[in-house]
Design a protein around this ligand. Structure first.
Ligand SMILES: O=C(O)C1=C[C@@H](OP(=O)(O)O)[C@@H](O)[C@H](O)C1
Ligand SMILES: C=C(OP(=O)(O)O)C(=O)O
Length: 432
């Protein structure tokens, strides 16, 4: 349990936050498929990333960390991967590692069993089992959950797949299975889920043909080793975007934040709420921006609907906190995917924010939040991160504006995506 701090003098300072988790997973995987040495500059180091690296090591890939934090991926290439027998991989807490690597193993036709921690073992895997099975794979699972065994990979045939739900992980399962199996792969994504793999493939010498919401990767692709620089993660920056907005007297600068439009929904929402965020963008396949956030005492409520959700799925817990400070009713709908994350985030956000006095109601697909509420607790109050990193970080930001003592159960879960979260919080508060 950890006593959370208040921020009476606001937050101030500049931060280059942790690197993007989604982009780091993809750089490690694509770097491993390519023969030779791929250099990943400023990768994220976190528990979820370790899950991906450990799995790739079992294929004979070596990772060396250089002094500047660059990871050198040294791979025999996908055609020469080791093929260990009776392979069992522990994917820890990471949905992305599980679903993306299931695609890789199915494409390789390399039998594997994937296990995970208690949280990951409750998360739905039927969404990847169905498309892989339709492509000829044989997969055993416990009622659509881990442990999951791929006993036979996909069978060579051109792939045409229309994403049935707004999940980038499912899109990547099929994309990677097709890429590794060397078959032409056409995917339609009408949900606008994050497109980091599509943006990264050209650097590995793979060209995609994109028409509207459909892209095709031709058959027989051989990836070339390359160099990838990972920008800062907007899902981590989100905590400071909201903290800087709701904590009076704050001024925070965040540098080199990834603002890929399939990820940057939170910037749109905060702008609609009336937040003060200056943005200086550096154009690239993965555009980056320096952001300056200033406290904004008067915020407007917003309506977030299904079409917005994929661009801000992991940020909805912290957006819900911002909404408790807006003048009126915020409605977040179309976000039922939140129920199948590390926790049921519809329930955990609602239960824990209520303990701090928020007026928030859970719906089957989101929240109704009435603001503004003065988050105040009369007696020392214990809130619970439920082992979910995003809930623990959201509650730590909530405590900054809470009058009264707040203690957090499970602060350790920040290691999943943002191991230096509490150090960065100290850094920003100490300078005030
Ligand atoms: O592809 C990715 O890197 C991710 C996709 C999202 O999951 P879904 O695809 O399940 O929505 C997101 O919640 C997760 O943190 C990372
Ligand atoms: C949902 C998340 O990650 P994953 O699905 O990879 O476990 C997250 O980081 O919030």
């Amino acid at each position: 349990m950890q006593k959370l701090r208040h921020a009476v003098n606001g937050l101030s300072g500049s931060l280059r936050g942790p690197s993007d988790k989604s982009i780091t997973h993809r750089a490690l995987i694509l770097g491993s498929l390519a023969q030779g040495q791929t250099y990943i500059k400023q990768p994220l180091a976190s528990a979820d990333i370790t899950s991906t690296m450990n799995a790739l090591r079992s294929l004979g890939v070596k990772f060396t960390v250089q002094a500047a934090g660059t990871i050198v991926v040294d791979s025999p290439g996908m055609a020469n991967f080791a093929r260990p027998e009776n392979l069992v991989l522990d994917m820890g807490n990471s949905g992305t590692s599980t679903r993306l690597l299931a695609g890789v193993f199915a494409g390789l036709d390399l039998p594997v069993t994937m296990t995970g921690d208690a949280s990951l073992s409750t998360r739905p895997m039927q969404r990847i089992i169905t498309p892989l099975t339709n492509l000829g794979a044989e997969i055993q699972s416990v009622d659509g959950h881990l442990p999951l065994t791929i006993s036979r990979g996909i069978q060579a045939q051109p792939i045409k797949f229309t994403l049935p739900l707004g999940s980038a992980q499912v899109k990547n399962t099929v994309l990677l299975a097709g890429l590794v199996a060397g078959v032409a792969t056409t995917i339609t994504d009408d949900f606008g889920t994050r497109d980091h793999t599509e943006q990264m493939l050209p650097a590995f010498g793979v060209t995609l043909e994109q028409v509207d919401n459909t892209f095709t990767i031709p058959d027989g692709q051989k990836l070339q080793a390359t160099e990838i620089e990972v920008p800062a993660d907007i899902s981590a920056a989100a905590f400071w975007l909201v903290a800087g907005t709701i904590v009076p007297k704050s001024v925070i600068k965040l540098t080199k934040v990834n603002v890929n439009q399939t990820r940057a929904g939170i910037l749109k929402v905060l702008n609609q709420m009336g937040a003060t965020i200056k943005q200086q963008t550096i154009a690239a396949a993965e555009p980056m921006a320096n952001l300056e956030i200033m406290a904004q005492p008067s915020l407007q409520p917003v309506k977030i609907t299904a079409a917005d959700v994929p661009t801000m799925i992991d940020e909805l817990p912290i957006i819900a906190l911002a909404a408790t400070q807006a003048n009126g009713q915020t409605i977040i709908s179309g976000a039922q995917e939140l129920a199948v994350k590390e926790t049921n985030r519809i329930t955990t956000v609602t239960t824990e924010l209520k303990k701090l006095g928020a007026d928030i109601t859970a719906t089957y697909d989101g929240f109704i939040i009435n603001g503004p509420t003065n988050l105040a607790v009369a007696a020392p109050t214990t809130v619970d991160g439920h082992g979910d990193h995003r809930i623990a970080m959201m509650l730590s930001i909530a405590a900054l504006i809470t009058a009264g003592e707040v203690n957090l159960v499970d602060p350790e879960s920040v290691v999943i995506s943002y191991p230096t979260f509490f150090e960065d919080l100290e850094h920003l508060t100490q300078q005030a």
